[in-house]
Design a protein around this ligand. Structure first.
Ligand code: MLT
Length: 365
């Protein structure tokens, strides 16, 4: 299975013995001997057995079909997650490294759980307990981890574009787990899956083809949010209409080329929305005073009980976490049945299994 348009590179060094997988997905080691060895030696610099390394850096790496393919794979892994032992051997013998240079609770744990449920080995790097605190560069750090023999590197970094740079330095598949204010593609994929799942439950188990006809508001700190950027691309690729809602100081300077409309007046559109997607104020990235106060933000843009009551009866409430209760959402609204926040977390594991399998898997689960 190839996701159309997924970023690829063929920078993996050739090897005379290489991992091979059989039709059952079991991974073994293919020894090259005799005449085969001679042929392989001649072919040393063009090793056709080494597949192209594929990366997921942006939702733009996927088109509509690519996103839908991840949704279909996620359906299969959702079934696996319901089993008493939610584990399959699909990535046995593979190693996934998580490299987080910024704090994270759900994304890192979710990737690590996903990798373990696929039977991969997991290597965890956290900046605070590593040589990064001694001044080691990003390049030296990722080259060191890559040299230990990994198949995928899941990277979070405070600089936009860092995962793209890393693809030049490592032979592993690189997955962007959030880079600065740029993108967070797996968050957007799990959000699409979560909306699709809610629609499926509403339509007696009939899975919708896409998100066409839905009006989705993304509310809050659009300017600094990588989640907003990935979600705008994903929701609109699947046919939803996206409206961005924020005070002018938290909107990007230009929305040219964004497939969205924008407004500063949340109350005026509440009754039209199918999904309201709330963002955290990215205090760590503000760098300047863009809001009079968090209380004032809550008063104008927070999802209060009164605003929740003004939504359509079956509107969905979403948030990528971490939620700051009392700022972007009132505590009691966060716990209403319309809130899909814990469903998003659960689905994060499933969708990340699908992404890892898609990038590294042999086709057999
Ligand atoms: C992110 O890492 O971007 C989070 O999932 C959302 C946030 O930090 O607000």
């Amino acid at each position: 299975m190839i996701v159309p348009g997924m970023t690829t590179s063929t920078g993996t060094p050739p090897r005379l013995t290489d991992q091979a997988s059989d039709a059952t997905g079991a991974i073994g080691v293919a020894e090259v001997t005799g005449a085969g060895a001679a042929a392989a030696e001649e072919d040393f610099f063009v090793d056709h057995r080494v597949p192209a390394v594929r990366h997921l850096l942006s939702i733009a790496d996927l088109d509509r079909d690519g996103i839908l393919e991840i949704m279909r794979l996620s359906d299969a892994f959702a079934e696996v997650s319901e089993r008493p032992i939610p584990k399959v051997p699909a990535l046995r013998g593979r190693t996934v490294a998580t490299v987080f240079m910024e704090p994270s609770t759900r994304t890192r744990l979710s990737f690590e759980t996903a990798a373990k449920r696929l039977s991969a080995d997991v290597m965890t790097f956290t900046a605070a307990t590593s040589s990064a605190v001694k001044g080691e560069s990003l390049r030296d750090t990722v080259e060191t981890i890559d040299a230990m023999g990994i198949d995928a590197m899941v990277i979070r970094h405070h600089s936009s574009g860092a995962p793209l740079r890393v693809t030049n330095w490592v032979g592993a598949s690189v997955i962007n787990a959030g880079d600065g204010t740029h993108e967070h593609p797996t968050q957007a994929l799990l959000d699409c899956f979560t909306i699709r799942e809610a629609l499926t439950a509403r339509h007696d188990g009939e899975i919708p083809a896409d998100l066409k006809g839905l009006r989705i508001a993304i509310v809050g700190d659009i300017k600094h949010s990588r989640v907003a950027r990935s979600n705008v691309l994903a929701f609109s690729a699947l046919g939803a209409q996206v409206v961005l809602v924020a005070p002018a100081t938290l909107m990007p300077a230009s929305l040219e080329g964004w497939p969205v409309t924008a407004t500063g007046d949340l109350d005026a559109i509440l009754g039209e929305l199918d999904v309201i997607y709330l963002l955290r104020i990215q205090s760590e990235r503000l760098g300047e005073v863009l809001l009079p106060s968090l209380d004032e933000y809550h008063w104008r843009y927070g999802l209060t009980r009164a605003r929740a009551d003004a939504l359509k009866k079956d509107a969905l409430v979403m948030h990528p976490g971490p939620m700051i209760r009392g700022v972007e959402i009132s505590p009691e609204v966060a716990d209403l049945p319309a809130s899909l926040v814990t469903r998003q977390v659960r689905n994060g594991v499933i969708v990340r299994m699908a992404v890892l399998f898609h990038l590294l898997g042999s086709g057999a689960m």
